[in-house]
Design a protein. Structure first.
Length: 247
């Protein structure tokens, strides 16, 4: 009948969605933390919550956690996955390769110390990380056989070739090189498993540290765990558009 507002079917809910991964998924640095998440530091401003709020999935679970490595995902984060899961997001691999130690070494050590530590991380990413990613990706697929899995990479940390107080140009370039190496490995293994790779270097381009319009925290004294992680804007304008476009 006219006037009852019955113009068509209600909009369908989004797919059952589960967010997995490390601090770049949890939202370290984005503020507005869920106190119930404890040391996982999950933020309501992180891209998984932004997607959930925009798409009203039929169910939503976020088991991402600060400091997670590949085996943490496999052993502790896959509980919500099942055959009805329609969408999974994941950031993982940076901690396996020693991201936090790389940044500490590059902040406290010489250019040579930084370059050597990054080289170690790159070797790990090339030769050890692939098998660890394969094991984690296989576990995700086994638990969620029908899900679309979107694996997101890591941004460059620095805009290069500009004056910037802090670390040297040599360190900036080497740290960005490390991001390229790990993103390449992640993209390769994701493709091998039929997963989608989301490249956030595109949306962070021009918004790295030293850009004057950064989406990332530099060194934070307190809380120190926010250091070198995306801000709330980094999630809303950096990670979310890439995940949304690939979901």
């Amino acid at each position: 009948m006219a006037g009852l507002g019955l113009s068509g079917p209600a909009q369908a809910a989004g797919p059952a969605y589960v967010a997995l991964g490390d601090s770049y998924s949890a939202g370290n640095g984005a503020g507005n933390y869920d106190s119930a998440s404890g040391d996982c530091h999950r933020s309501f401003n992180a891209f998984p919550y932004l997607w959930k709020n925009a798409h009203a999935p039929s169910s939503f679970a976020d088991t991402s956690c600060s400091g997670a490595v590949t085996t943490d995902v496999t052993n502790y984060q896959l509980g919500p996955l099942n055959s009805t899961t329609g969408l999974v997001s994941l950031t993982i691999g940076g901690n396996d390769a020693g991201f936090a130690d790389v940044m500490t070494t590059c902040n406290l050590g010489s250019d040579t110390d930084c370059v050597n530590r990054v080289n170690q991380a790159e070797d790990y990413a090339r030769y050890t990380l692939p098998a660890r990613l394969d094991a984690t990706y296989n576990a995700i697929r086994a638990k969620a056989p029908n899900a679309k899995v979107v694996v997101l990479g890591y941004p460059h940390m620095y805009t290069l070739n500009v004056f910037c107080i802090g670390l040297s140009d040599t360190k900036h370039k080497k740290i960005d090189e490390a991001a390229d190496v790990i993103d390449s490995v992640i993209a390769n293994r994701a493709a091998a498993h039929g997963f989608v790779f989301g490249d956030v270097r595109t949306t962070f381009n021009g918004h790295e540290l030293c850009s004057g319009d950064g989406y990332l925290h530099s060194l934070v004294v307190s809380p120190s765990w926010e250091s070198y992680h995306p801000t709330a804007t980094g999630h809303s304008s950096g990670y979310y558009p890439v995940f949304n476009a690939n979901s």
